[in-house]
Design a protein around this ligand. Structure first.
Ligand SMILES: [Zn+2]
Length: 259
């Protein structure tokens, strides 16, 4: 039985185009271009099946052990490619390319889901004060040689499901900024007992949703939380990553023993 190619609705094109950010995920070529003769942009992409629509004999051999998606034409199994990458992918099918596209698509879906979730989660106003402090902090590097923070519980949380580079980033952020953020939090607590607890709960609940959407991948979860903080506050992603790192050591984000 051969699978039929379906015609995708314009709204589905919009979703697929949006997730690529307008560039071919394999070569970076723009997927819309302006012809001198046309008043409107011209489409320069094609819809490619990640798991081939109708695998030929050699594709079947290569794909042995990989399950076909239940709905071969589902949006989850298609991705936009520029025409030359599409032709190369289909004609010169390689399992490494298949796995690469699968990974890219997984990241697209995870990003889209995180963005939808971000709009539903609130953040306390006080988070601005902490982020301002992070942005304006002049760290005394001579004073940073001795960590003021007990890192063993942080290391416990970062033991599994995380890349060495991500672990290093969270760890050094948390150590460097521990004292100034803690002091700022104490100031806020003197003014309003509940504010920081509410903030912790908000960050924890966003973490729980991200962790559910992206199990066993602390790199993605950490970055989604930081992107959410940045989106909600308009502050830089760098400052948001420092704040997120502090809350990893400070609340139940990446709780030791859980994933
Ligand atoms: Zn391309």
């Amino acid at each position: 039985m051969t699978n039929k190619r379906v015609k995708y609705h314009p709204n589905e094109h919009s979703i697929l185009y949006g997730e690529t950010g307008g560039a071919c995920p394999l070569c970076g070529l723009p997927m819309m271009f302006q012809k001198a003769t046309s008043a409107h942009p011209t489409i320069g992409y094609e819809i490619a099946h990640i798991y081939p629509l109708n695998p030929n004999a050699s594709q079947k051999t290569g794909l042995k052990g990989y399950t076909a998606p239940t709905d071969i034409n589902a949006l989850e199994n298609v991705i936009l490619l520029c025409p030359s990458c599409h032709t190369k992918y289909d004609k010169d099918f390689k399992i490494a390319e298949y796995l690469k596209l699968l990974q890219i698509k997984k990241q697209y879906l995870s990003d889209a889901m995180a963005k939808h979730t971000a709009s539903q989660h609130a953040l306390q106003e006080e988070v601005h004060e902490i982020l301002d402090l992070i942005v304006n902090s002049n760290l005394d590097y001579d004073d940073l040689s001795e960590p003021k923070l007990n890192v063993s519980s942080l290391d416990e949380k970062l033991k599994t499901d995380i890349s060495p580079l991500q672990k290093r980033e969270i760890r050094s952020n948390a150590i460097d900024f521990f004292v100034p953020i803690r002091n700022q939090i104490r100031l806020i607590e003197q003014r309003d007992q509940a504010a920081i607890r509410i903030l912790q709960n908000q960050i924890n609940s966003y973490y729980l949703v991200m962790n559910k959407q992206n199990p066993n991948n602390k790199d993605i979860v950490f970055n989604h939380i930081a992107q959410w903080v940045s989106l909600k506050t308009g502050k830089s992603i760098m400052a948001s990553k420092v704040l997120t790192s502090f809350f990893v050591q400070n609340c139940e984000v990446f709780d030791a023993g859980s994933n």
